[in-house]
Design a protein. Sequence first.
Length: 308
Amino acid sequence: MSVSIASDTTAGPATRFLTLTPLNAYFGARAEGLDLSRPLTPEQIAELRAAMDHHAVMVFPGQKLSDDQQAAFAEQFGTIEATPTLVDQERRRLPNMQINDISNLGADGKILAADDRRRMFNLGNMLWHSDSSFKPTPAYWSMLHARVIPPEGGETEYVDTRVAWEHLPPRMQDQIRDLVTEHSLIFSRQQLGFEAFSPEETARCTPVPQRLVRRHAESGRLALYLSAHIGRIHGWPTPEAMALIRDLTEFATQRPFVYQHRWTVDDLVIWDNRCTMHRGLRYDDKTWPRDLRRVTLEDVAPTLEQAA
Ligand code: OGA
Ligand code: MN
């Protein structure tokens, strides 16, 4: 069924299979009409891709998915990232290595102890970031599925950083257009005072360069490529660099630009990491289980190798 969307800023390509409702005045859509647990047709895949290229964040409510079904769905759109770079992988709860465990649970299914290293590490998701921006070839889409949610808190917030770029004063755009940043997991964790990386983890976390401003290929729009993983700007003193990154992040995440997702079990939320940031909000993670599962697809190349 075709739908027309009320707001000019969010109107996207026409749809046949999906019924879309805007999430925010600037980006995002709630999508109903497809069962994502079953293989999609080429037409359905093309329609979903075109909608994602426009809306950047899409919420698919009521999707019952096993880990294997979630991974099979993702593989219709690209290559799933290799083993997630997390601490303490040997204590994994989930057998399927394509799934990122976004929960507060240990391998025994119990809530992690307050001082557990994995809990400290996972708190980094509360900083605005783009997934895997610390990898040479960073992430394309992430797909997060809700299995268990706490009675309050634990929402996830999103912004579209094309919107942020388009609202920046032209003088600022000119100042930052060609900057190159360095991203590492160590930089984001240091912001929260988490320093306890093993030598092996440190070796895996060598900073990688990324463009600060990148072109979102399909929409042709420029996006700020911001992330809590940024720790330097090439050629800049670090404090000056981090003051600018903090300013830009505040600008990009001003409240009117934010969509806050309040989870319902069986929601699947897909976001395009090339042009969005997200963060998890606080909840009482020492009392309530929260179990979300994420599959992330990889982008085609490092941002410096992509057309600007
Ligand atoms: C993620 C993430 C935030 C949350 O899954 O990549 O950052 O709200 N999640 O759990
Ligand atoms: Mn994330």
